[in-house]
Design a protein around this ligand. Structure first.
Ligand code: HEC
Length: 713
């Protein structure tokens, strides 16, 4: 029998339609071609699955019709981990992920059995050098048999994926600077790129560096903001950027740190980086005569081989609200006015959803996806936001939405080319900004103590009745397709699949699946602990799996309002959980939410003057233990801790580094008077907040009683 090529393709199409599920397509060599292949079904090869960073899987074995049957297939208890936020990778049957203190584990993706563990010994490296930052990071990269990871203390490490042994290590920044890394390195064309965070922790100047994947040799470096002109500019881009700054900005570093949001465009061979906010936030200090302050809050396109500047689009010119543009940069091909256009989808903190032509850097469209009280709209002629008068807290305090958590933070957005929708973990909160009483002229950030040059307090009213939502956004129409209001803040990233599904974990411990077209809830599972990481999916030997790291982490987990979730430090087992349709693992339930009780020691005579001194010292601790000392899920609640009760143990932990291995840095320069002041501050805080605690517990008991008729516990 003879077939024309047309009939043959029809036969193939028909047989594909008839077979139940997506075929398993597995790469053999893990190079750029493999990482770019959207049709591959077996693996999860990059942070956002492929170079396009869409977090879309073509696998549809698990779909809207059967997702209700999803059950735990295997799980891994992670007793030493807290606040997990990372995206695992799956390569050729092995699942790799980073945990607390940047420990990497390789696990059999079918059985959950540990293959190897790599410990970069972050405790040894933080010591007294890293008094800021986080014990966790958001992911790793894989390329031609190697894994790449970046550590809290700034090292970039290549690891043999088979054995877990170290191949090379480079130090990516001066350890004396108040920088840190929480991001996943981005690997492309034989190079590995990494940036850093720390804009709020000192006078920082952001940059990214690309290294040779084979040897670790530095290939290029790109600074995000210009340095002191007297020292000469590194390149023409910096010379151009300097024209948008005023005053002596270099004394403040300028900021722009790229801590997240790196995308390699394999179609166009271009690299995009999302850049950070200003250091400090307040432009009146940073650049007193105004100016756009390039390349803050931008997407910057670079030549991936040389680091040479190609184009930029700035989302928030002259930023003054922590509106960084470090959020996901997703690559899509959209039909716009009858033509297929290669675009970037970007939903940064500032509340606008941007569609940008990635060939030219030209803005195609931008609309607000939340309330935006700082700007009314984007002027399509200039490509710039039209600001609302007073938004720069020029003369008086001003209520701003979104607040610095952003309309969307690092929690992953996904894009489904079949529904044409982007799924955004959205936040709705306001804040009041004021710089009244701050000496703007003489303000200067101090390394490791930092500062932002503006004060924040509660806004008069919140933009909505609910603090967060899951939004499905149509990037072509630039409008909301559907939205699910959520009454908990800081929910996890999203995954979308050809099974017509969207998955998202919430901070209240629920993992949900939604119908991708309607937002209808089609599956719910209670994991018993807040979720911050995004789920992934993969298919091995004809079976589709869904994996997610469970643990509540990131900035918001440092107590304060998140205290009411009850995910107190080390009270709940963090886990890696993998689901399948025929899973039957017996996973023990976790204890109920726990609320540390402020400890009041009647033998301790609180000296108010000393407590006031201690409040100043506490600036060093706030970054991890939170404003109110609540601690949250990533650091202990100091009000409830026994350690500060005894002078000597307190000194051993805070000054001498007894807990370095667990992510508590040491402060060798702190003197006895300062330690004593801190102890009084902690005792006073505990005493002051005990009534609030008792009130909250009473309220909860009443609520519980009205729900069940009896007091559950
Ligand atoms: C970079 C983050 C970070 C900073 C900054 C930090 N801590 Fe900690 N701290 C931690 C973590 C994480 C732990 C838990 C370590 C462990 O599991 O033993 C901890 C533990 C502690 C403990 C022991 C509590 C207990 O009950 O086990 C005390 C006390 C403490 N910190 C005080 C301070 C003080 C005071 C400061 C400021 C001078 C400070 N910390 C700054 C992260 C931090």
């Amino acid at each position: 029998m003879k077939f024309s090529s047309k009939t043959l393709s029809l036969v193939i199409t028909l047989s594909l339609l008839l077979s139940c599920c997506a075929e398993e397509v597995q790469p053999t060599i893990y190079n750029d071609e493999a990482i770019s292949n959207e049709d591959q079904t077996s693996d999860w090869l990059a942070y956002g699955r492929t170079h396009n960073e869409r977090r879309f899987s073509p696998v549809d074995d698990i779909n809207v019709n059967n997702v209700a049957d999803l059950k735990v297939d295997w799980f891994m208890d992670l007793p030493n981990d807290v606040g997990l936020v990372s995206t695992p990778l799956v390569v050729n049957g092995v699942l790799y992920f980073t945990g607390t203190m940047n420990i990497i584990r390789a696990v059999n993706a079918v059985t959950g059995k540990l293959i190897w563990e790599f410990d970069p010994e972050v405790g040894k490296h933080i010591g007294n050098k890293r008094q800021i930052g986080w014990a966790h990071n958001r992911g790793i990269s894989f390329y031609e048999g190697k894994l790449f990871t970046a550590t809290w203390d700034g090292r970039l490490i290549a690891i043999d994926a088979k054995t877990g042994s170290e191949l090379w290590t480079v130090v990516t920044f001066d350890p004396k600077r108040s920088l840190y890394i929480t991001g996943a390195p981005k690997v492309f064309k034989g190079k590995v790129l990494i940036g850093n965070g720390g804009t709020e922790n000192g006078p920082t100047r952001g940059f990214v560096t690309a290294y040779d994947a084979e040897t670790g040799a530095e290939i290029w470096k790109f600074y995000i903001v210009p340095g002191n002109p007297a020292a000469g500019f590194e390149n023409e881009a910096m010379e151009m950027a300097a024209k948008t700054w005023t005053g002596e900005w270099w004394k403040h570093g300028g900021g722009g740190n790229a801590w997240h949001g790196f995308t390699y465009d394999a179609d166009l061979d271009v690299l995009y980086i999302g850049t950070g906010n200003g250091s400090p936030w307040n432009r009146k200090i940073r650049s007193p005569e105004g100016g756009d302050n390039l390349f803050l809050c931008s997407i910057v396109a670079l030549n991936p081989h040389t680091g040479e500047y190609l184009w930029h689009y700035q989302t928030t010119p002259g930023e003054s609200w922590d509106y960084n543009s470090n959020m996901d940069i997703i690559l899509a091909d959209l039909m716009i006015d009858g033509e297929e256009v290669k675009v970037i989808l970007h939903a940064p903190k500032n509340g606008f959803f941007y569609v940008i032509n990635r060939k030219t850097g030209k803005l195609i469209s931008a609309e607000p996806f939340v309330e935006t009280t700082w700007a009314s709209h984007i002027d399509m002629k200039t490509g710039k936001p039209v600001e609302i008068e007073g938004a720069r807290y020029e003369n008086s305090p001003f209520d701003i939405t979104p607040n610095p958590w952003g309309a969307h933070n690092w929690h992953a957005m996904s894009y489904n080319p079949q529904t044409g929708l982007a799924y955004i973990p959205t936040l709705h909160q306001a804040v009041n900004f004021s710089d009244e009483g701050i000496d703007l002229e003489n303000w200067q950030a101090v390394e490791f103590s930092g500062g932002i040059g503006v004060r924040m307090s509660g806004a008069e009213s919140e933009p909505r009745k609910y603090p967060a939502s899951l939004q499905a956004w149509d990037p072509v129409k630039q409008e909301l397709a559907w939205s699910v209001p959520q009454d908990v803040f800081w929910n996890g990233g999203t995954l979308t699949t050809a099974g017509n599904l969207v998955f998202q974990g919430r901070s209240d411990g629920k993992l949900l699946s939604y119908h991708a077209k309607t937002g209808e809830v089609v599956w719910t599972y209670d994991v018993g602990l807040g979720i911050s990481a995004p789920p992934i999916t993969y298919k091995i030997k004809g079976k589709q799996y869904l994996s997610i790291l469970v643990g509540f982490g990131g900035g918001y987990s440092r107590g304060g309002p998140s205290y009411s979730l009850g995910w107190a430090y080390r009270k709940h087992m963090n886990r890696l959980i993998t689901f399948s349709l025929d899973g039957n693992a017996d996973m023990p339930a976790l204890p109920p939410p726990f609320f540390p009780k402020p400890l009041v020691d009647s033998n301790f005579m609180i000296d108010d003057a000393l407590a006031l001194e201690g409040a100043k010292e506490y600036g060093k601790c706030r970054n991890c233990h939170g404003g109110g000392m609540y601690g949250g899920s990533m650091a202990p609640d100091l009000r409830a801790s026994l350690i500060p009760l005894v002078k000597e143990t307190f000194a051993a932990v805070v000054r001498d580094g007894a807990r370095n291995q667990m992510g508590m840095p040491s402060f060798p320069d702190i003197n006895d008077d300062q330690l004593e002041a801190l102890r009084h501050f902690i005792r006073k805080g505990a005493k002051q907040t005990l009534p609030q605690y008792e009130h909250m517990i009473k309220n909860m008991a009443t609520k519980e009683k009205s729900k069940t008729g009896t007091l559950g516990h």
